[in-house]
Write a protein that binds this ligand. Structure first.
Ligand SMILES: Cc1ncc(COP(=O)(O)O)c(C=O)c1O
Length: 381
């Protein structure tokens, strides 16, 4: 079965009792038991809910994995994974990382004895050296990364991780399961912030973990339930609705991004364009090998002062100035003061995240309108 057929049908069965085409929202905290501990499969929504089971079936199918567990957010999903570890265990991660993920490790898990190190996972020799030195229990690869769109060779990093007994996890939020399936590339685990492309309409916050390991699935089901990382049935129902059009939306996001990247690439007011679909991108060949499309985010450095760049961002009309990405509506973001402000400036500069970087999330509007919007914003400065 092909991707969009799965997105529409897997876990999306009509309600058996009424025939309702769309399953209802099981907005319940608890379930009647016929006798003590005799349930119809659910006892309390923190542990499970029919809407959760439906979306988990859909997302496992789209990532071509066996098991999925959904969470209250993308960071909730990472928390579900990390709380399977013990104090003293080490986690390695790509050095260009979503600011919130960095903050979760550096300010929260550090209090519980989880050691955290970052490495440039584009550099296989450096990654192997760190895996060897740190005996890490997990390696978290973001690819493409937020916000610099760096691409790591997932098969190669997963193979190295296997060699050192480290669980490989890919944050696949930027690619979406439509363009990249890390489990097929050899990764042990894939995670998403479903807040982004999977939900797709900027109306819910959620996360998911997908794996082929039954043992890991059982462990993270336990941490979700025991820690209370479950989503709301309503958010999950919205995500199940949003995911049906994921393939169609991704095609448009990628078309708009490619056009924007090409337009900005030759613009005199632009000094650098970061987009893995451009042939000049340093990881273009790796991206082409492991992704079937280059997705919808373009980051840019303008030949402008910081103040001028900020003015440009605020002058956009169709690209709304907001956190997040991956929705049908285009968004623009200033990582240094918004999504990545929680990373110390010195750390940001070390990996090339400059103060002037601007990140565009291309929505599904018409390409010409989006380019005209940016042209007008550049002219306004
Ligand atoms: C790549 C990536 N991973 C994880 C997250 C965290 O997801 P959430 O905001 O759903 O907790 C984000 C959020 O922006 C992200 O961009």
């Amino acid at each position: 079965m092909k991707f969009t057929t799965k997105a529409v049908h897997k876990g999306q069965k009509p309600d058996v009792t009424t025939g309702a085409m769309i399953p209802p929202i099981y907005m319940t905290s608890t379930y009647i038991q016929e006798a003590p501990a005799q349930t119809k499969g659910y006892d309390y929504t923190r542990a499970g809910n029919p809407n959760f089971s439906n979306l988990e079936t859909t997302l496992a199918a789209l990532e071509q994995g066996k098991y999925a567990t959904i969470f209250s957010s993308g960071l909730g999903a990472i928390t579900g994974l990390v709380t399977t570890l013990k104090s003293g265990d080490t986690v390695l991660a790509t050095n260009d990382l979503y600011g919130g993920t960095y903050r979760l490790f550096s300010r929260i898990f550090s209090n519980f004895g989880i050691q955290f190190f970052t490495v440039d996972t584009q550099d296989l020799a450096a990654t192997e050296a760190m895996l060897k030195e740190k005996s890490a229990k997990m390696i978290l690869i973001e690819s493409p990364t937020n916000p610099l769109l760096k691409v790591s060779d997932i098969s190669a990093v997963a193979e190295l991780a296997r060699k050192y007994g480290t669980l490989s996890i890919v944050d696949n939020t930027f690619a979406s399961p439509y363009f990249q399936n890390p489990l097929l590339l050899g990764a042990d685990v894939v995670m998403h912030s479903t807040t982004k492309y999977i939900g797709g309409h900027s109306d819910t916050v959620g996360g998911v973990i997908v794996t082929n390991s039954k043992e890991l699935k059982e462990k993270i089901d336990l941490t979700r339930m025991a820690v209370g990382l479950n989503p709301s049935p309503f958010d999950v129902w919205l995500t199940s609705k949003g995911v049906k059009t994921l393939g169609l939306r991704m095609e448009r996001h990628a078309k708009n991004s490619m056009a924007l990247a090409e337009f900005l690439n030759t613009h005199p007011k632009v000094s650098k364009v970061f987009y893995p679909g451009l042939k000049k991108h340093p990881n273009y060949e790796v991206a082409k090998k492991q992704m079937s499309g280059f997705s919808g985010i373009v980051s840019v450095e303008f030949n402008l002062s910081l103040e001028e760049s900020k003015k440009l961002i605020s002058s956009c009309q169709l690209f709304s100035l907001a956190e997040s990405l991956g929705g049908v509506e285009s968004l623009v973001n200033h990582p240094a003061s918004m999504t990545h402000a929680s990373i110390p400036r010195a750390e940001r500069l070390k990996i090339g995240l400059n103060d002037g970087l601007v990140r565009f999330s291309c929505g599904i509007e018409e390409t010409e309108d989006l380019i005209a919007d940016i042209m007008a914003a550049i002219d306004a400065v």
